[in-house]
Design a protein around this ligand. Structure first.
Ligand code: BTN
Length: 248
């Protein structure tokens, strides 16, 4: 791995419940250096955001977790971690696919279909983030997906089998670039880059809040990562992940 620290410690597993669970257990019991990657060929209980399940055909995709120790970051700035991981996955996917976008908070889409999901789990100690487990599921060589989810893969973009190790290295290297930018205080640049790739920014889109559907426009993201939406009556509000769904 041609990186400084992300992916230098690599733990490869055949089967595990969830690489995020495994990383959390290892953080408590063993030495994990910053940037450690835990990767599995198969997850039996892969977890998604909002308590959903992450399904991926064994051996065809990338399912892994990266451990960070961003103790320089205040708790109220934790959304920056979601942003840099989404940007690293975005940069990687954009090397293979056209029409790549980030769907708030941190899904990556290609041609409006989901290609990657990210589950960030932070450990807080006092005002700081002592560790962060960034779980990434990226569809690489899978060709078929359940009908209910509009999904795609790198193979569907390129019409070729894609080398999963090479993709992992690209993600690690892009993440290292963004993580070092964060550590160097380049927060404005990170927020700008994220907004630049955000699906439906400034465009009318359909939302659902408490079973009510409405049309609104995403005007930005606040510091804590909430989505700022203005509805068609001109009223603005900020929503966190549990409160709003963006319908595509
Ligand atoms: C989502 O889109 O809802 C997030 C999906 C995150 C899936 C990855 S796969 C590796 C890591 N381990 C897990 O259990 N989940 C994440």
């Amino acid at each position: 791995m041609r990186t400084l620290f992300i992916g230098r410690q690599l733990i490869l597993l055949d089967v595990v419940d969830s690489t995020n669970n495994y990383a959390a257990m290892m953080l408590n019991t063993a030495k994990l250096s910053e940037g450690a990657v835990i990767m599995a060929q198969e997850q039996t209980a892969g977890r998604g955001q909002r308590g959903t399940v992450w399904q991926a055909n064994p051996g065809e995709n990338l399912t892994f977790s990266i451990v960070l120790k961003p103790d320089f970051l205040a708790v109220k700035e934790q959304f920056l971690l979601s942003q840099i991981v989404a940007l690293a996955v975005y940069d990687t996917v954009a090397e293979f696919c056209g029409d790549v976008q980030i769907k708030w908070p941190n899904d990556v889409l290609a041609g409006k279909k989901k290609i990657a999901g990210i589950l960030i789990e932070n450990n807080i100690s006092g005002e700081r983030i002592s560790s962060c487990i960034a779980g990434i599921g990226l569809n690489v060589n899978q060709q078929q997906f359940p009908d209910e989810i509009p999904a795609t893969s790198l193979m569907q973009c390129t019409k070729q089998t894609v080398d999963r190790d090479a993709v992992l290295e690209k993600i690690c290297s892009h993440l290292e670039k963004w993580y070092l930018a964060l550590r160097n205080g380049k927060k404005t640049e990170i927020r700008q880059a994220y907004l630049q790739h955000l699906l439906f920014l400034g465009k009318p889109a359909q939302f659902r809040v408490e079973e009510i559907r409405f049309t609104g426009i995403i005007t930005g993201i606040d510091e804590s990562g909430r989505l700022k939406v203005t509805n068609d009556k001109g009223e603005s509000a900020c929503y966190d992940v549990k409160e709003i769904s963006l319908l595509i």
